[in-house]
Design a protein around this ligand. Structure first.
Ligand code: AMP
Ligand code: GLY
Length: 421
């Protein structure tokens, strides 16, 4: 099978790594890829938001299966374009990807499905939004409706912050993503992520994870795309997974199918859990980054079979085999991230790192320049390891992070504190 992965982050490096473990894969191309992916697969320069261009590339390269990594091509309808051209694709349609691309739409689906989530109201006028905030009081959560690269959510602990967020959003700070806002009840509890493969009819849980969104130790500092993650998430035990499938995932999938827009792909279910009850925080229509990295290390070769089953509609016959293990990833980011940071700094000693089925350093934002690996993004590397215990996974991941020579980078030292005590 010739396989194309769209994307070039740590998530896609880990997807490529898992796909290559599977003997079904004859050839792998990743577009655009990065310096780490280039060491294991062919990388192609391709406009991944242009469905027509991707379809033509697949035709020319005899591609049999396409895995779409990030949300932007999904929200742009690239999976539809590829399916219409006759290709087998892992990733939801543009209509189904609205579960991530519009927060208001997700709330509407939750209402129709009876899925527990935070109370909310939707606004397209600043004055009415502010009146609502004053009436409800803080803490309160203000969200831009559309895709805002993870920056469109303001958890306001006081009223002034919430009112400022309304000014920013209707003032155009988030572009068209902020033309509508959702204002939500603040939920307390423990957050966890649940990943479910879907084929339009069937659903199969493929793992749980928790990530650390804040930039600095002690969960302090600004929000980021995620500074580290581990799997499994103990709070999502079997009983809790059953509750989430019954109360949230299946009702959502039934509602999507009833509307003629069945969901197929991976559903990333972001949850807030308190007193034994889970409520939905958000859906994403893709694997999390860096959560995917810990899931792929644990799933290995079977990840490809599962994604093919999701694309073909045969998940009812698929099974996941779990080792009794744990995985952790530590994100190495450029100093200054998530604010401004330097690009082009050189990263050394990557070739000395171990690489086996227990430990891999996935690349997120790297390229090769004059024979050296240089940083090109905010989140740059993911030191990822498995272990029989979470402490063992942590020790291996941090040994890798410590061994990397990158003075312009930083990483949190306390990933997994909640489960490690
Ligand atoms: P989202 O982009 O919807 O995942 O929101 C980003 C983060 O904001 C989440 O991971 C939560 O930590 C927080 N958040 C979002 N909605 C709420 C809510 N209603 N109550 C409390 N925290 C929230
Ligand atoms: N790590 C959070 C996300 O991928 O949305």
């Amino acid at each position: 099978m010739n396989i194309l992965i769209l994307g070039g982050g740590g998530r896609e490096h880990s997807l490529a790594w898992a796909v290559l473990q599977n003997p079904k894969c004859d050839k792998l191309i990743v577009a655009p890829g990065n310096a780490g992916i280039a060491q294991i697969a062919e990388c192609a320069d391709l406009d991944i938001l242009n469905g027509g261009a991707v379809a033509q590339f697949c035709e020319e390269n005899s591609i049999d299966f396409i895995i779409v990594g990030p949300e932007a091509p999904l929200a742009a309808g690239v999976a539809d374009d590829l399916r219409n051209a006759g290709f087998l694709v892992f990733g939801p349609s543009k209509e189904a990807a609205r579960l991530e691309a519009s927060k208001g739409f997700t709330k509407e689906i939750c209402d129709a499905a009876g899925a527990p989530t935070a109370g909310y109201a939707r606004f397209d006028q600043a004055d009415a939004a502010k009146d609502y905030i004053r009436a409800e009081g803080a803490p309160i959560v203000v969200k831009a409706d559309g895709l805002a690269a993870g920056k469109g959510v303001i958890v306001a602990m006081d009223e002034a912050t919430a009112l400022d967020a309304i000014d920013d959003m209707f003032g155009g700070e988030f572009g068209s993503a902020g033309a509508e806002v959702v204002i939500e009840e603040f939920m307390e509890g423990e957050e966890a992520s649940f990943f479910v493969l879907c084929d339009g009819k069937n659903a199969l849980p493929v793992g749980t994870a928790q990530d650390h969104k804040r930039a600095y130790d002690g969960d302090e500092g600004p929000n980021t795309g995620g500074m580290g993650a581990y799997s499994p998430a103990p709070i999502l035990d079997e009983a809790m997974q059953t509750q989430v499938m019954d109360q949230i995932v299946y009702p959502t999938l039934r509602e999507m199918a009833a509307r003629g827009t069945p969901y197929a792909g991976v559903l990333y279910v972001g949850l807030m859990i308190k007193d034994g009850q889970a409520r939905l925080v958000e859906y994403n229509c893709r694997f999390g980054d860096p959560e995917c990295q810990v899931l792929m290390l644990r799933l290995g070769a079977q990840a490809l079979d599962l994604m093919i089953a999701a694309a073909e509609g045969t998940l009812d016959r698929a099974k996941v085999t779990w080792a009794d293990d744990h995985a952790m990833t530590v994100v190495l980011a450029a100093k200054g991230y998530p604010g401004s940071y330097d690009k082009g700094t050189v990263i050394g000693r990557l070739n000395d790192l171990p690489e086996n089925s227990w430990e891999v350093c996935f690349h997120a934002g790297t390229t090769t320049k004059d024979g050296q690996v240089v940083a090109t993004g905010g989140r740059v590397l993911n030191a990822t390891a498995r272990g029989k215990t979470v402490a063992e996974a942590r020790d291996r991941a941090y040994a890798m992070a410590d061994a990397i020579d990158w003075p312009e980078g930083f990483y949190r030292k306390d990933i997994g504190w909640r489960v490690l005590g």
